[in-house]
Design a protein around this ligand. Sequence first.
Ligand SMILES: Nc1nc2c(ncn2[C@@H]2O[C@H](COP(=O)(O)OP(=O)(O)OP(=O)(O)O)[C@@H](O)[C@H]2O)c(=O)[nH]1
Ligand SMILES: [Mg+2]
Length: 388
Amino acid sequence: MNMRRYVAKDMRECLRQIREAQGPDAVILSTRRVDGGVEVVAAMDFDLAPTDLAPADPGPADPAADKGAAIAAHADTPAVNADMQAELRSLRQLLESQLATLAWNDLTRRAPVQAEVLRELTQLGLASDLAAAIVADLPARLDLTRAQHRARAILTHKLPVADDRWLSHGGRVAFVGPTGVGKSTAIAKLAARWVLEKGPQGLALVSTDGVRFGAQEQIQNLGRLLGVPAYAVDHPRELEQLLAKLAGTQLVLIDTAGTGQRDPRLAAKLAALAATHRGLEMALVLAASSQAGAAEEVIAHFAAVPLAACIVTKIDEAASLGGTLSALIRARLPVVWVSEGQRIPEDLVPARAHQLIVRAVTLAERSRATADEDLLQRRFGGFAHALA
Ligand SMILES: Nc1nc2c(ncn2[C@@H]2O[C@H](COP(=O)(O)OP(=O)(O)OP(=O)(O)O)[C@@H](O)[C@H]2O)c(=O)[nH]1
Ligand SMILES: [Mg+2]
């Protein structure tokens, strides 16, 4: 790097000298006031390494005048600006992570019970804002065991669940969700339960999945097996006509094609359908076995669809429940049924908030989920001040 020092009576004169000597691409590394004017250190072939930021001649100076940072002598130096921005970003990250570490360490000293509960909630896989909100609601001066129980109780209270209304009161319910989450299986389980409890009267099955090979046969076979009428429609308009025809049928279970998460078309169609047909409920089927963050993404995908309820499936395959539960709490989407296996109809149980929380805790214990210090510092450093 070609670095030089310039002294002139004022900054304008200094910049003129720099431009003359080193051209418009010279970069100013430092400025400071000196006897009789200003001193500027400028460089060419500038490569922004941290050591390059030190002034060339660290003699006595007015610290207020020393800008310390590199300023481009010419505004037309995007590469250098980008370098500087990257450097500033990484300095900022470093500073933030050090502050988070300090804040977290401070919390563990001043409020060890709260910090321990945050650790436990993180091990369940809960979203950090939810975990922090729960800990913020804990009464002061609880011992650890009481605080843990109270935190689970708050979480239980936050989880929206609803009693079944489909088997008890009937309805028109379309089951929507990503591919392979267990929509058709859930319908088979509900239909089998209906038939076992009340016989085949009052129930009809509908498949709207004209897309996939075999999907309509699946619902026809189920209908045949249970002695229940089964229909297939290809178009939303046909569904409206069919629902009008089935006005006297107590419960109509409607299977839909699995939506590719990034394909907005089916979700838009479902939203239009729900808007035109009053009394048609949309139930989201959500697999608990999906990776962390997936539930959030699925719910966002169906944002335009007025979801009335949710069935959580594949609990038996889930490694952690915190992500799914956090997403349901955030969306205030009530869980009605929980599917915990492939057997029809046994593996479908009514949703109970406390059972889901106990399950989440057991899963975390069984999988020996850990939340290391680094993660806790990063997640809760920012919340620590508010909590202690
Ligand atoms: N382990 C487990 N498997 C399940 C559960 N629910 C459904 N399955 C299985 O998951 C697979 C897919 O189920 P489907 O009911 O066909 O899923 P779907 O949502 O209708 O799938 P598409 O129609 O292709 O979108 C099948 O092998 C089911 O037996 C569950 O709760 N636990
Ligand atoms: Mg299906």
